[in-house]
Design a protein around this ligand. Structure first.
Ligand SMILES: *Cc1c(COP(=O)(O)O)cnc(C)c1O
Length: 380
């Protein structure tokens, strides 16, 4: 974690709003994941934070990548362009999964040359892939329970268990190869039972496919959802890993390749946002601070990610419960309605917010003419 003193120095040098990414924290998160889930190859979900410097750091650490659009694919592919064509081909499934079950035709046409690994979850998509990306390998995305996850990800995607094997057989009939199964238990999943159920469901689908004559599957992608330690209520990663390892070893032989797509867990703790107080008012008896970063910018997770971020002041003093508002004219631009902050903060004083690396800067806009925060990388 970057010290408050270092943050203040960076803000003095680069101005605010500032988004400071600590690459030693990125590497530590990757190492922890590998340590506790040694059987699992991590495909970093680029959508959580697509900064190319972050992609490079994970690439160097040995990670693979989950992409969901052509620009994300290009962002990752940049890092392998120097390899000879043959090496690139051997490498591509080991390094990239295109994990968006719905792909535009233009994207499939573009992807085909790379012989990519792609997910699907419906019959229409099989036809599209057959026609426009016949060289692709397929992974069937299953619909699984997202109970208790902070962000629900199963209402839009996933084949139901009843139709899964029919889809596998249809893809096979069309001459495509289904390499395995994938699922997503919901982002920031603190209910470990979701993983248990999803891995067991996958094992059942594997068995049903075998019983009906399809034996080519050799891959299981356990998706994302691994919770970041935002507060003390999140149990240690080790405990979740133990549960996952137990189920994997019980249900999937050693030869089956296991993938995961962690996004939040890899980058949430690695960034801190520094903002400046630009206004101060008392409204209905409540102290309100206006800062130069908000929900259209680094705090976008307040809206899209259902995530609550805490603000801290560098200055000490008697505190009270305050509101913190973003800089735009929209009344939606509320960072927090209840932050315990010193009441003596002045215009120009700085606030900071930790563990804001995931789903934050990634969906920042230029709304109202305010540009996204400047990004600074440390310990790169
Ligand atoms: C968003 C997403 C992820 C990453 O999820 P996290 O909860 O951030 O780990 C992984 N896979 C897919 C298919 C996703 O849509």
């Amino acid at each position: 974690m970057i010290s408050p003193t270092a943050l203040k120095k960076l803000a003095a040098k680069h101005g605010t709003p500032l988004f400071v990414v600590d690459h030693s924290e990125l590497r530590a998160n990757y190492a922890m994941f590998k340590k506790y889930l040694p059987r699992v190859q991590a495909y970093y979900a680029v959508k959580a934070n697509s900064d190319p410097a972050i992609v490079r750091t994970f690439y160097k650490a040995g990670a693979s990548f989950d992409v969901a659009s052509m620009p994300e694919f290009e962002n990752v592919h940049e890092n392998i362009k120097h390899l000879p064509a043959k090496a690139r081909q051997d490498w591509i499934w080991d390094k990239i999964i295109y994990a968006n079950p719905i792909k535009p035709i233009e994207t499939l046409r573009e992807l085909n040359q790379y012989k990519p690994l792609v997910t699907f979850d419906n019959f229409e998509e099989i036809k599209k892939i057959k026609k426009h990306a016949p060289q692709a390998g397929l992974v069937l995305r299953l619909k699984v329970a997202n109970t208790g996850a902070m962000v629900e990800l199963s209402s839009k995607f996933g084949a139901s268990p009843g139709e899964a094997v029919d889809m596998i057989l249809e893809a096979d009939r069309q001459g495509l190869t289904v390499e395995g199964l994938s699922f997503h238990v919901g982002s920031q999943t603190t209910n470990f039972e979701n993983y248990v159920q999803a891995i067991n469901l996958s094992a059942n689908i594997y068995q049903e496919a075998r019983d009906r004559g399809y034996t080519k599957m050799n891959l299981l992608d356990i998706g994302g959802g691994f919770p970041a330690p935002y507060d003390a209520s999140v149990k240690p990663f080790r405990e979740l890993a133990n549960v996952i390892n137990r189920e994997l070893d019980r249900l999937f032989p050693k030869g089956v390749q296991i993938l995961a797509e962690p996004g939040r867990f890899f980058c949430a703790t690695a960034a801190t946002a520094v903002s400046k107080i630009v206004g101060k008012a008392v409204r209905d008896g409540k102290l309100c601070y206006y800062i130069n970063d908000g929900v259209y910018h680094t705090f976008s997770g307040v809206i899209f990610d259902h995530c609550h971020y805490h603000l801290k002041a560098f200055k000490k003093g008697p505190t009270q419960i305050c509101s913190v508002f973003g800089p735009t004219c929209d009344a939606l631009d509320v960072v927090s309605m209840a932050e315990n902050l010193p009441e003596n903060l002045e215009i120009g004083d700085l606030l900071y917010s930790e563990q804001i690396g995931a789903y934050s800067h990634a969906s920042s806009t230029y709304f109202n003419g305010f540009p996204p925060a400047v990004v600074i990388h440390v310990n790169e």
